[in-house]
Design a protein around this ligand. Structure first.
Ligand code: SAH
Length: 370
């Protein structure tokens, strides 16, 4: 280690010196999931002492409603005797724990399921194993969705897709160039642009995007995860529920952000020490799902989705008879999860479901009106 640089910073530096400036997606992959020094490999990001708070960590109501949603989806699937309840990126296991508790009201659903947790972080896997030590439902862990055995499945992913690496392209006079990370003359990391334009990039861009101006940024992710999810829900029957910060329509904009200690920091300053995310392009997910003949439901804003699932009634039940302080906490969690302020969770976060094509409407999505 030189100049107080972390081992990951040293490694990225070496790679850039040998291979040239590094695409943002590769930088993000190394920062988050490097097998020794990645952020998720070495940190528990969640909770008051961590870097950020997610919806299931705000209130038990979130996981409970998702548990009931999963039970309703299982009914819509024809109540298969064996179903895999899969969670991608389960964090501290809070959502799944609340979901399984709520699903106790549907014993036949609980009896049918095996839980599969897909987690890349050994630290979080340990926390999840502790959270489920007394569970009466069988659970197994995997590093990737591909390792979950084939068969009917219900997939839940909250704030998972926004942690998958994102590519960025910058509009220049001669077309779109990939955005890269380079070492500047001052020896620090800086954003830059790849020398050559990306061939035929205009053809890849969604038609509804207005012509971009010089300097503007477009972000995209690999379709691999959406294609694999869609293939599985179509082939084995099932549903996937993706909930994330993002936009309904593909859009221009740089949404790459780093959060450390509940504050925004520069994405280039402390690789592996801070969380990196970028908003989800739901239109791109829908396009990938439809190309695999999956049915899509939504996206809808989280506030609307949770209200349709009954969060207001659930909050009222939790408040009834509770001590004043607890009732106030339930009320403020309700507002936080459903807030329609421009930067509120209720508005910024969207829910999208994918299903087998013949599956009927799903709770929370306004499918009936189609
Ligand atoms: N769903 C949880 C945690 C969100 S944080 C919640 O809502 O609280 C993102 C989660 O995804 C973490 O558990 C992280 O370790 C996991 N993760 C990130 N990238 C991953 C990958 N490529 N494969 C599997 N899990 C991943």
């Amino acid at each position: 280690m030189a100049d107080g640089r972390s081992p990951l910073e040293e490694e990225i530096r070496r790679r850039i010196e040998v291979g040239g400036p590094m695409p943002v997606a590769q930088y993000m992959t190394l920062c988050l999931t490097h097998p020794e020094h990645g952020y998720y490999t070495t940190h528990n990001p969640l909770g008051a002492a961590g870097d950020f708070i997610t919806a299931p960590e705000v209130s038990q109501m979130f996981g409970e409603l998702i548990g009931l949603w999963a039970a309703a989806a299982w009914r819509a699937m024809g109540s298969p005797a064996n179903v895999r309840l899969v969670e991608l990126g389960p964090g501290r296991g809070t959502l799944m724990r609340d979901a399984l508790r709520a699903a106790k009201v549907m014993p036949d659903f609980r009896a049918a399921l095996v839980v599969h947790l897909v987690e890349i972080s050994p630290i979080l896997e340990t926390l999840q194993r502790e959270a489920f030590i007394a569970s009466d439902v069988p659970l197994t862990w995997h590093r990737s969705l591909a390792d979950v055995p084939e068969g009917p499945l219900i997939v839940i992913a909250n704030e998972f897709v926004d942690a998958l690496p994102v590519h960025q392209a910058v509009m220049c006079a001669d077309g779109w160039h990939e955005r890269v990370v380079k070492i500047g003359e001052d020896g620090d990391f800086h954003f830059s642009i790849d020398r050559d334009p990306i061939p035929l990039f205009d053809r890849f861009l969604p038609g509804n995007l207005r012509p971009a101006r010089i300097g503007e940024i477009f972000e995209w992710r690999s379709d691999q995860m959406a294609l694999e999810l869609s293939r599985r829900v179509v082939r084995s029957g099932g549903v996937a529920l993706l909930i994330d910060y993002g936009h309904v329509q593909s859009a221009i904009g740089d949404t790459l952000q780093a959060i450390g200690g509940h504050d925004f920091v520069s994405p280039l300053l402390a690789p592996g020490e801070v969380d990196l995310t970028a908003h989800v392009d739901f239109q791109a997910l829908v396009r990938a799902a439809e190309s695999m003949r999956a049915r899509t439901h939504g996206p809808v804003e989280q506030g609307e989705f949770l209200r349709r699932l009954g969060i207001v009634e659930r909050a009222a039940a939790l408040k009834a008879g509770a001590p004043h302080e607890q009732a106030t906490a339930v009320q403020s969690a309700l507002l936080r999860l459903t807030s329609s302020e421009p930067t509120g969770m209720g508005r910024m976060i969207k829910a999208l479901a994918l299903s087998a094509p013949k599956l009927g409407p799903l709770p929370g999505f306004d499918d009936e009106s189609r």
